[in-house]
Structures are given as C-alpha cells and as structure tokens.
Design a protein around this ligand. Structure first.
Ligand code: ADP
Length: 414
C-alpha cells in the first residue's frame, strides 16, 4: 500500500485497525503516528481556507479587470497607451474614432503619424517633457490621420505608474475640442464686432449729438431774441433730447464695455467705498433734503473698487429718485455677513415695485415710469447686474408698492 495516495480519513481508519493488532510495547510509536495524522488534518483545513480566500481574491481581480476594461472601451474620451518612444501600444474605441483608423492601422504606429505635420515638433517636446515629469501635461494640436479636415484635440498625457510586468508607458487622454475652438473663434469675432460697435457708439453716434446740442445752445444764446417763446421752447427741446440721447449712449457704452473689461477682484474696505459714495452725492442729498444712514463697521468685501462704487451709485441715485411725492427721501445702507459672503443692502422708503417686475427691471431699457415723472434711461440696473456678476456676486431686491425697496448685493468676503 502506498501511504502517499491515502486520504486523511483512510489513514485514520488504518491507524485505528493497527491499534487493535499492535502489541502494547509499540504504543508510543502509535501515538506519534496519531499526532502526525491530526496535524495533517489541521493543515488540510488551513490549506482549504487559504485556497478559498485565494479563489475569492482572484474573482474580485477578474471582476475589477472586467469593470475597468468596460470603462476603457466605453469612455467618451479617447485613450492611448504609448511606449516611451512614442509608439502606440493600445487605444480605446473612442481614440480609434478620433484617429479615424481601425485598430490594425493604429497599433504599433508612431503617434506623430496621426498629427498635423506643423504640430509634430510640439508633440515630440510634449512626450519628452512627460518623461521628465510625474505630473499631467496638456497640449492642444490638430489630428489629421486619414481625414481631410484636421481635428482640434487636447492631449492630457502622463507617465504611467511603474508595474511589475510591463515596460513604462505614457497614457494619453485625447479630447475632441473642435466645438470649443469653433465657439472660441466665434466669440473672438463677436468681440471684435463689439469693439467696432463701441467705437461707433463713442465716436460716430455721439459726435453728431454733441454737435446738435451745441448748436441748439448757440441758437438759444446768440439768436434766442429772434425767436418767439414757442420757437425758443422747440430749440430747447432739441437740446434736451440730444443731451438725453448722449447720456443714454454713454451708459450703453459703459454696459457693453463691462462685458469685456478685465475685472481684478481684491479685498475692499466697504466703509471707505460707502463713505466716498456719500461724499460724492452730498450735493444732491442736501438738495433733496434726504437722509442717508450708513451702518458702522461694514465688513470687507471682495470686488473691484470702481465697479462696486458704480453699482452703489446707481442704487443710491435710484433710492433718492423714486420717492413718494412730497416726502424727503430716506436711505439706509449697511451689510451683514453670512457663511463666507457679505450681503450689502440699500433700502429706501420710496414708491416700491410690484413683485412681477422684480426681475424685469434688471433688463436693459426696462422702465416702469414715464420720463417726465421720473427721468432715467433704464440702463442703470442692467449695468448693476452685469457689474455684480463680473465680481462673481448676485443682486436682487425685495419690495412692495408703497412700502419702499431694498436692493441686495451678495459678494465674497474680502
Ligand atoms: P432708470 O434710469 O430708469 O432709473 P434703472 O435701470 O436704474 O433705470 O431702473 C429701471 C427701473 O426700475 C426704473 O425705471 C424704475 O421704474 C425701477 N426702479 C429702479 N430702482 C427703483 C427704486 N429704488 N424704487 C422704485 N423703482 C425703482
């Protein structure tokens, strides 16, 4: 009998049989044998447990590989695996689609083959830089491959982590940015058109208006006596209309410049900004017998000083202007802090605004009142909203007809 082919159960049974036939003098040997079989049994249980754990780990590993390869195959972003020499070792379906070639035409080829010839040098420097750096590097270039029109893409490349079995590789994510480039190009065109428009507003349109208002003034001062009252009144109206139009054009220019102007945000001392605002408007405040109350110790805010001053000036002017007839304006200005933000308020006790207009009045040329009762251009709040948004903030209001209005500006804390 070959002992090596016996199972532990058979060994135990043989031992039991042996025990019955063995003389008592061999009892010690028998007990040693019994111990050895027991140890074997323990060992077997341990091995079985280890085996089960190994099988589970392998299963998890296989699941994880399946999950990752599924992700790789269905990623909307192209993904290339490239050797340190720039040869393509692997790619997902999205990458093959961007390269416009089947896998057989891609694997083993150099990446530079698919790149516009003008970009080949930049690609080489990019891959070289990846070898020197552990961080992700990006490069925008044009892919050509077999296509006639080159495709704008962005490469985000990184030296892959070291593995035990594989050579070191470079992993490249390839994103189609052609739509973005087209939009960028359109925006540049719109910007230059806007610039031309601004130029024409500030020169071509304003200049004749200045001429009209100047000549109307000259007619009134130098030739006023030659006209009767009605004639003088008409020329006066021409001058007023030209001045009003000129003012509107100035605001319109301000509004469009705000969209493109570079806005630098910094910490501002709100106490100083509001103090200067009140000083600047002292004349009109006194003239209107208005009361302007300013809270003490205003918190610092993050913004642009000139832009914030302009917004507050618009709100203060409106608060002084839209008062109930016969009442001296009363305006309160203050601010509070809420989780990292500052909310500035400008409150009046004037005519108020119906809730349905609370959004509309921020649109350009939206006015709720006639010019003769409350003069204005309808541009001020549109400028205010754009200005606050450029400072990464928000502006809104709370108001009821007859109960006054409170405008709020939320900005980051300075
Ligand atoms: P405007 O030059 O006409 O004042 P704005 O853009 O500053 O232009 O304001 C738009 C409209 O919103 C105003 O015409 C007015 O009807 C209303 N409005 C603005 N501020 C107030 C206020 N504090 N109280 C009542 N109505 C206001």
């Amino acid at each position: 009998m070959d002992l090596r082919t016996l199972t532990i159960e058979q060994l135990t049974a043989s031992l039991r049989e042996l025990q019955q036939h063995l003389p008592p003098t061999r009892a010690a040997e028998l007990s040693q044998l019994q111990e050895a079989v027991q140890e074997l049994q323990v060992h077997r249980v341990e091995l079985e447990m280890e085996n089960r754990a190994l099988r589970e780990t392998q299963q998890e590993l296989e699941d994880s590989v399946r999950r990752f390869s599924d992700l790789f195959d269905h990623l909307p972003t192209g993904y290339l695996i490239v050797s340190l020499q720039g040869q393509i070792v692997g790619g997902n379906p999205a990458a093959l689609l961007l390269l416009g070639q089947p896998s057989s035409e891609v694997i083993g080829k150099f990446v530079r083959r698919f790149v516009d010839s003008n970009d080949a040098g930049r690609l080489a420097s990019h891959l070289e830089a990846c070898l020197q750096s552990e961080s992700q590097l990006t490069l925008e270039l044009k892919l050509r491959g077999s296509r006639l029109d080159p495709l704008d893409v962005q490469l985000s490349s990184r030296l892959a982590p070291v593995t035990l079995v594989e050579e070191r590789r470079i992993h490249i994510a390839v994103t189609d940015i052609s739509e973005l480039k087209r939009t960028q190009h359109m925006l540049e065109e719109i910007n230059s058109e806007q610039e031309a428009f601004n130029y024409s507003i500030s020169h071509d349109l304003r200049a004749p208006l200045v001429t009209i208002s100047n000549y109307a003034r000259i007619v009134l001062t130098d030739h006023g006596e030659a006209l009767d009252d009605e004639g003088r009144g008409m020329v006066q109206r021409v001058e007023n209309a030209a001045i009003r139009m000129e003012e509107t054009l100035k605001l319109l220019l301000e509004y469009s410049t705000l969209a493109r102007e570079e806005v630098v945000l910094q910490s501002l001392n709100l106490n100083e900004v509001v103090r200067d605002l009140v000083i600047e408007h002292r004349g009109v405040i006194q003239q209107m017998l208005a009361e302007v109350l300013v809270e003490r110790d205003l918190p610092p805010v993050r913004g642009s000083r000139t832009i914030l001053a302009q917004v507050l000036a618009n709100l203060l002017t409106n608060a002084l202007k839209y008062t109930r007839s016969g009442m001296a304006p009363k305006v309160e200005i203050g601010a509070g802090v809420t989780d990292g933000h500052v909310i500035i308020y400008v409150r009046d006790h004037g005519i108020g605004i119906e809730a349905k207009y609370h959004e509309r009045i921020f649109q350009i040329f939206e006015r709720l009142h006639g010019y003769s009762r409350y003069p204005g251009s309808g541009v001020g709040l549109a400028i205010a909203r754009r200005a606050v948004e450029r400072m990464k903030g928000r502006i809104w209001l709370d108001s009821k007809p007859g109960e006054g209005s409170c405008f709020y500006i939320e900005l980051a804390r300075g």
